[in-house]
Design a protein around this ligand. Structure first.
Ligand SMILES: [Zn+2]
Length: 314
């Protein structure tokens, strides 16, 4: 939701919200991300607000909106994200995007393309999108992202509205994340064998994900199916995952591991693969997805979507 960024990025939020309300977006934006941990999701929320027939603001946070659903799954043909492969963004990729986008919009009246790391557009690639930026076609919106606008070619910079995100404060981010977790009740007690087994299964899933990332998709069924049968099971599993990452956050902050103290080697191992901001991001996504459980009938699909979203972080 775009509204989630009202506090974190007040100025940018105002500009974007205004563009959505008036339905008058610029034809090209250049976002200077400034290390803001959630920049791509902010941009996706903006894109959704522009494309969604409910302006992404109906009561259920658009959870049952078909269009937002398709966008979340990355299957929406009118949004394309391009990122560098290797050192540079490939010219061919931009050309095929142009060919595709020059056809008229099929759903709705807008098409949006997002270019990550726009500083990795070399001259050749830049030339192929300059025409797009110079003579904007009705309904096509370009969103470029970079850590530092001065690394982006001047010819591109001068044709975009530049939006600089507020720098990320790690402490603010951690506090904000912790406030989102709220109260998850967890009683440390003697566990039955079955309960213990479930915890092991969930930790195995986390370890698997932290090692294999997107490839975990191939195993979701195997890892979850026998253990997670009802929505209640799934909610418990989410709580455990959130608590695990909270312990990871504690560990990274040199605080006491509260719940998973008997799994310290695992915490240490996973801590090596994550920064504080990574962990905050994961907790935020897990908390967000926990909310979705009640609207989603298919738990396996939800888990797949979770893994894809976790991987979306730059
Ligand atoms: Zn929607």
């Amino acid at each position: 939701m775009l509204d989630e960024y009202q506090k974190k990025q007040p100025i940018i939020y105002k500009i974007l919200k205004n563009a959505v309300n008036k339905d008058k977006p610029s034809h090209a934006y250049l976002f200077e991300t400034n290390g803001f941990y959630d920049s791509y999701n902010l941009i996706m929320a903006f894109a959704k607000a522009l494309l969604c027939p409910n302006k992404y603001t109906n009561e259920e946070k658009c959870q049952n909106c078909h269009q937002c659903h398709v966008i979340d799954h990355g299957n929406f043909p009118e949004i394309k994200t391009i990122k560098p492969e290797g050192l540079w963004i490939k010219k061919e990729e931009l050309q095929s995007l142009q060919a595709e986008f020059s056809k008229k919009a099929i759903i709705g009246n807008k098409k949006i393309y997002i270019i990550k790391e726009a500083d990795k557009l070399n001259k050749q690639a830049a030339n192929s999108i300059l025409k797009f930026l110079e003579e904007p076609e009705e309904g096509i919106i370009a969103i470029l992202m970079t850590e530092n606008i001065y690394n982006v070619l001047e010819t591109i910079r001068s044709r975009c509205q530049i939006l600089t995100l507020k720098e990320d404060s790690q402490t603010e981010n951690v506090n904000d994340t912790l406030s989102k977790i709220g109260q998850i009740l967890y009683e440390k007690k003697e566990l039955t064998e079955e309960e213990q087994e479930k915890i092991e299964k969930i930790l195995k899933f986390i370890k698997h994900y932290e090692t294999n990332h997107l490839d975990t998709l191939l195993y979701t069924q195997k890892l979850w199916h026998d253990y997670i049968k009802t929505k209640e099971d799934l909610e418990k599993a989410f709580n455990l995952m959130i608590l695990f990452y909270k312990d990871l956050l504690n560990y990274l902050n040199n605080l006491k591991i509260e719940i998973f103290d008997s799994y310290e080697p695992l915490i240490k191992e996973i801590a090596l693969k994550n920064t504080l901001n990574d962990v905050c991001y994961k907790i935020n996504i897990l908390t967000e997805f926990k909310e979705k459980i009640k609207y989603n009938a298919n738990t396996l699909l939800l888990m797949d979507k979770l893994i894809i979203t976790l991987e979306r972080r730059d």
